[in-house]
Design a protein around this ligand. Structure first.
Ligand SMILES: O=C(O)CCC(=O)C(=O)O
Length: 285
């Protein structure tokens, strides 16, 4: 077993691509996360950080779920005019996914966010640290910087099969965060006392691509806003619920927000339609 501490983030572990960030958490013990290309782990203030297990093993240690949350779930609701009260009762912490269709009507992100917008934003930022975590999925990219240096024709995606791409990252450049937030607001259905998690997650890429089937270990549910394009989500209940619960396939369209507990639902995604997909989201407490 290899150990590290919050002060010493040096692991001797081959060539693993590692990104670490310190973060605040409602759990006072957890002060940061480290992401490797294949796993993320949380640092503990009081104890040494254990070396992460491979996903397959790590998933084996996920807390067993009672299947009540999914046993009667036959479809994923699509709702509008969702009050915070109803959101809390029905969805926020119940592990029941939902799509809200009217939550970004006034967001300028819908018209502003694009590959070139993000490229300009990051290239102009004086910070060396573009992203906290980076998911290359099936691409050859190893960093956000490489993404923003791809061939402009490939980036623009004109509907041809010119080397499709799909990536995701979490932003930790506060200047970029401030600019991004000029174009979106905290979704109106989140309760006032829901603690905003300051890390934005962005996923972007071309049709016929997406994220592989996986489960997260981030501890909180999240929302994700489809500011451009369309994305199909494939949801699977945890294995202990296979007998009681069904899989779901749900399309999230331009202008929709999906709320999902990605720590409970196994999920994969596929960009559908003809447009590039861009989403922004965050966890909530
Ligand atoms: O948006 C996507 O394509 C994948 C998102 C995801 O896997 C996640 O939020 O854990």
């Amino acid at each position: 077993m290899i150990k590290g501490t919050i002060e010493n983030t040096e692991f001797k572990w081959g060539d693993i691509d590692k990104e670490c960030q310190k973060e605040q958490s409602s759990n006072a013990d957890i002060v940061g996360t480290c992401n490797y290309s294949w796993i993320n782990i949380k640092w503990n203030r009081n104890a040494d950080c254990l070396l992460p297990l491979p996903d397959s093993l790590n998933n084996g240690f996920v807390a067993q779920q009672s299947c009540n949350f999914c046993s009667n779930l036959t479809t994923i609701d699509r709702v509008e005019k969702l009050s915070s009260k109803e959101f809390v009762v029905k969805y926020a912490y119940t592990k029941v996914p939902v799509i809200i269709t009217d939550a970004m009507i006034n967001w300028t992100a819908r018209h502003i966010y694009s590959y070139n917008y993000f490229k300009q934003l990051y290239i102009d930022s004086p910070s060396n640290r573009m992203n906290c975590q980076f998911f290359p999925y099936k691409t050859e990219f190893r960093s956000l910087k490489q993404v923003f240096h791809m061939n402009p024709q490939r980036a623009a995606w004109n509907g041809s099969n010119l080397n499709p791409w799909y990536i995701g990252w979490s932003n930790c450049d506060y200047r970029v965060a401030n600019e991004l937030r000029r174009h979106y607001q905290k979704p109106y259905f989140l309760p006032n006392d829901s603690e905003p998690i300051r890390t934005d997650w962005i996923f972007m890429g071309t049709p016929n691509n997406g994220a592989h089937m996986h489960i997260d270990h981030v501890g909180r549910p999240s929302w994700q806003a489809q500011v451009r394009g369309h994305k199909r989500w494939f949801l699977q209940p945890p294995p202990e619920c296979y007998q009681n619960c069904i899989d779901h396939i749900v399309d999230v369209n331009h202008g929709d927000i999906i709320v999902l507990d990605t720590n409970v639902w196994y999920h994969s995604t596929l960009i559908i339609g003809n447009d590039i997909s861009i989403t922004i989201g965050a966890e909530y407490d």
